[in-house]
Design a protein around this ligand. Sequence first.
Ligand code: FAD
Length: 383
Amino acid sequence: MKQIRDVIVIGSGMIGSAIALAVSRAGTKRVTLIDKGPLVSGMTRRSPGLAHPFQAHPLLCELANSSFEFYNRWAMQLGGKNPFVTTGAAAVDFPNAEASAQFALWKEHVQNASGIAPNALQTLYPDISKQFRAAMFTPHAGYADAVLTAQAFVNAAKERGLDVQTGTQVKQIAVQGRQILGVKTTTGDIEAPDVIVAAGGWSERLLAALGVVLPLRLQRAVIAFYEQPPSVTNDLPMLIDASGAHFVRPHPYRMSAAGWISTDANFQNVDALDEYVLPNEYARVQNFLTACLPEFANTRPKRAHTVLYETCADGLPALGRVGNFDGLYIAAGFGASAFAVAPAVGESVMQMLVDGDATRDISSFHPQRVTLNPNPSATERGA
Ligand SMILES: Cc1cc2nc3c(=O)[nH]c(=O)nc-3n(C[C@H](O)[C@H](O)[C@H](O)COP(=O)(O)OP(=O)(O)OC[C@H]3O[C@@H](n4cnc5c(N)ncnc54)[C@H](O)[C@@H]3O)c2cc1C
């Protein structure tokens, strides 16, 4: 029997789960969330779950400010045990670096953050070095296990009627003329007038079948986990390098997680992620860790893994209606910001579906700016 729904969300990562939650909570739609693998089996599974407002664009800062409020009010929003740990975050810049434009952006767009002298940062957190050129601090930041968080979103949405289909690959988005009809999957067809592509790095190929060319840039990163040396006895905040290439944050069981994002964007295939961490990648992570927290100088990682993250060619996400299709939306390309902004992205997509438009101006992330053929001739494809 054909399945008939109002909304299909493709992808159960951080972004798709947050959208499924927001739309299900709005109450008026029959929503199906589809994933080709188990729940949360994409790059979210490898993500360090950072939620901080020191983002690369004013709209990302705004979405992160709003999402922090969501995480902070977890008990009211979702109930159950809150997996979110508030740490505060400092954005730091080293003497030989120059990120003044970034700091100027944050002064304007990040709520509850202010410049802090390296001495003052060290007074708050005695284990941090003083060798920074500039720093900003916000208490409104933290982290959570991204998988547990996405699963909690999905479970809360299921209580509102969300239908979840895992192990189900969307082979094609079905369209007739300009109108979206639903999806064809490996387990059958599902009809729905609205389809949201939240398939992370796999989004590009789903759209390509419709003639929409939205190239995504894939970058590799490494995340390593260290035991805190016994000499570190104080709380630590999250530390982010102003260029966005490095971070270190506390981790449960007296560990710290530190990461480095490569600037090499030559990966062509999201399924071709190499699991091995190279010595020079370990060195990059360790250098930042030790520069921030000298007590870690003699520590070695206990474990590490790689991750690919995707953005549009301009380094920003794609969020909004796609091409000249009625009922087709994308929310992908959030890269290292996905966890930080997911709840607010979910709200914006819900408003587009329910009210016709998002209350927040999200036009800077409109997919049309990066789509190479923004209005492919609509034709009959699929069901
Ligand atoms: C250094 C670094 C730090 C980062 N920090 C964070 C962070 O703190 N928080 C964070 O969230 N992210 C972070 N990221 C990014 C993170 O790794 C992911 O890029 C992000 O979580 C992607 O979320 P998503 O929901 O868009 O996509 P994904 O989690 O990749 O989900 C996409 C889903 O779509 C499914 N899918 C794909 N194609 C199909 C299909 N045809 N049919 C059905 N299902 C399909 C996949 O199976 C997958 O589950 C970081 C990345 C780096 C490199």
